[in-house]
Structures are given as structure tokens and as C-alpha cells.
Design a binder for this molecule. Sequence first.
Ligand code: NAG
Ligand code: NAG
Ligand code: NAG
Length: 401
Amino acid sequence: MALTFISKILFILAFLACIAKVQSQLFDITKYGAKPNADISEALSNAWKEACGSTTPSTVVIPKGIWQLTQVKLVGPNKSPIELQVQGDLKAPSDPNQMPNKQGEWVTINYVDYLTVSGGGVFDGQGQEAWKRNDCGKNQKCVKLPLNLSFNFITNSIIRDVTTKDSKNFHVNVIGSQNVTFLRFTISAPGESPNTDGIHIARSKLINVKDSTIKTGDDCVSIGDGTEEVHVENVVCGPGHGVSVGSLGKSETEKDVVGIYVKNCTFLSTMNGVRIKTWPSAPARLQVTNLQFEDLIMDNVTYPIVIDQEYCPYNQCKLDTPSLVKISNVKLNNIRGTSNDPVAVTLVCSGTKPCENVEIGDIDLKYDGKLGPITTKCNNIKPKLTGKQNPPLCAAPAQSA
Ligand SMILES: *[C@@H]1O[C@H](CO)[C@@H](O)[C@H](O)[C@H]1NC(C)=O
Ligand SMILES: *[C@@H]1O[C@H](CO)[C@@H](O)[C@H](O)[C@H]1NC(C)=O
Ligand SMILES: *[C@@H]1O[C@H](CO)[C@@H](O)[C@H](O)[C@H]1NC(C)=O
């Protein structure tokens, strides 16, 4: 008796689970006219629009295969959770002039709640041609190249198991978003590609980047102003420029940065490991507070740990007025490996806003000595030291080991 009762219950449960599954409606782009070797922008937009209107959870499917995508803007609001399942390989036009909206990104997703991007596919920006024309580092009036993926005003969402490759500019931009997780996300571009930041996050809250691999030509993750609660965990970065907060302070309208956690990450031959950079001679009076960098491995990293409040590339500014950005409540702990420059740790804080409440735990960095002995550079900072520091931090230069 009891057995059949239980089996009946199990049957009902299985039946309910089945209904729940069926309820996710599929919107396959091939049912909306998508054809291989032709632009799928319109088919994808149309499938997306119908999926957004669905009152039950929906899945837009880009099946396996190679698809040309000129440019697309997928906009909410959506009535129910929506999944964009990218199984195939999406190719951007290699010439950015083919994109109808020259100011826009390649793929933009705006105003969506409960979005999932999944499927194991690739967003291929085909940036090789465009990189050659990029001089934005030196020329402020340069022609901006399009971004790869832009998520604006996205909430409660997850982007997992997809790859973005060879973007012409930043790979992923996250603006005005809340509670977004990048999981098992792969970014891949050559170390020499200019301005190809991996994930740029600004004006957002609760953004996670986890279990991911980022190989690119600029910052792996860069954090702009107005950002709170960013967790970067179990990420392998390199080649690239590391995880950066900033540059900050250039514009008066910038907002504070609060709560940045970088944990259990590995940096492979990157230019920097973890870095905070702010502009001198700049108007913004910001707070940058509650930052934790811990359990990090530096493998042949040029500058493993950097606070630079005199950030001034290409002499675009003057150093005579210190930065007005206040950095406080910073914890650095258990950071080890090898540095590729004798200055393994740089902590250069502002003369008018010295760094406050900086705690540094175990640091163990080695340098091969080619360009002199390993050293650290400290200004306007009195860190509280615990555990062991190798090299000795902020020590007087004459001190011997
Ligand atoms: C964040 O979003 C996920 C869905 O991706 C949801 O399950 C979770 O409850 C949200 N968390 C918060 C704090 O809103
Ligand atoms: C640390 O990150 C690596 C990936 O780089 C992962 O394999 C490992 O499980 C993580 N460890 C913990 C304790 O999360
Ligand atoms: C160390 O990093 C530099 C770039 O900073 C790179 O040129 C060099 O090949 C790397 N060495 C190894 C052994 O990976």
C-alpha cells in the first residue's frame, strides 16, 4: 500500500516537473527566417520580441552552426524569465562600417529582468582588422570602435558558458545593472589587441564574475565609478592588464566605489595583478572603500600590486595637484608568486587624501633580479602589516634583509 502511494506521489511530481519544463517556450531563430551565411539580425530581433511578450518562461535558441550577425539590440521589458541560448558561433562583420548604427555596440541587451545567456556558443567580434586602426590610447579624438556585448539595466541575470572572442573594443560592458553573474564565461583575444577590456562594470551593484577565464589585451575586469559589491572569484586572467578599479576621478559627476572583492584568482604574465588608479589634477571628490584582494597567485606579473593615485598616461594631465579620491578600508592578504619588474608593490596614495585603514597580510613575491633588487614604493600610506611580507613593505631603502 505505502509503496504504491509513494509511487503515485512520485509519478505526480514527475508529471509536474514535466509540465514546468514544457512551459519554457522555445523561440528558435530558424523559425523566424534565420539562414546560415546570411545576416540573422532581423530573425533574432523578431524571435526576441515574441519571447519578451510571452507570459511563461521563454528560450530564444540560436542553434549550432556559424551565423552572421550584423548588429542587434535586444530590449525588454520581458514578461517572464527569458533565456538566450547561443549554441552557435556568431560572427560580427569584420568591417565595423557595415554596422548600421556606428555609435552602437554589436550586441546590446537592455532593460531585461531574469535574463539567462547560455548555450556554449561564441560571440566572435572579428576584431583583427579593426585593432590595426585603433589609436584611442594616444588620440582622444579617435574613432571609437564598437563594443562586443553591452548589458545595460539588466537585473537578476546570469551569463554563463559562453565565449566572447576578438572584440574590436571592450568585450563586455555592464552599465546600470544589478545582481548579474558571469559564470564559466570565457573571453579570448590576443595580448596585443588594443583597448579590449574584458568586462567593464560601471554604475552597477552586485556583479559577480566567477569560474571564468579572461585572456585579452587590456584589463581583464575593469571597475568604473558608481559601482558597489563586485565579486571576482576563481578567475584566471592573462594575458591582460589585470583587475583594475578606475581610472577614477576625472569627471565631477562620478560616484563612489564601494565593496570590491577579488579572491582566489591567478594572473598569468599580466601587466598588473590588482590595481587601483585615480587621476591627479582632477575634480571628483570620491570615496573608494571596502576593497579586499586575497588568495591571489601572480605568475610573472609585471606589477602585481598597484595603488596609483598619480595615474597619468601619455602625460594627459599634470601631477602638481594630488588626486581628490579617498581610498580606505583596503585588505590585501595571501598574495604570492613572481614579479617581472623589481618594483613588485606600488602604493602611491594622494598627498591630500592619504590612503586610510589599509591592512596587508601575507605577501610573498619573488623577482629574478635582472634589473636590480626587488623593492616596494610607498607614498602617503601607513599600512597595518600582519603575517610575513616578502619583499618588506614600505621599508626604508637602506634596510637590509
Ligand atoms: C539574483 O538573481 C538570481 C537570478 O539570477 C536570483 O535567483 C536571486 O534571488 C537574486 N538575488 C538577489 C539578492 O536579488
Ligand atoms: C580557486 O580557483 C580555481 C580556478 O582558478 C579553482 O579550480 C579552485 O577550485 C578555486 N578554489 C576555491 C577554494 O574556490
Ligand atoms: C613574462 O611576461 C612578459 C610580459 O610582461 C612576457 O613577455 C614573457 O614572455 C613572460 N615570460 C614567461 C616565462 O611567461
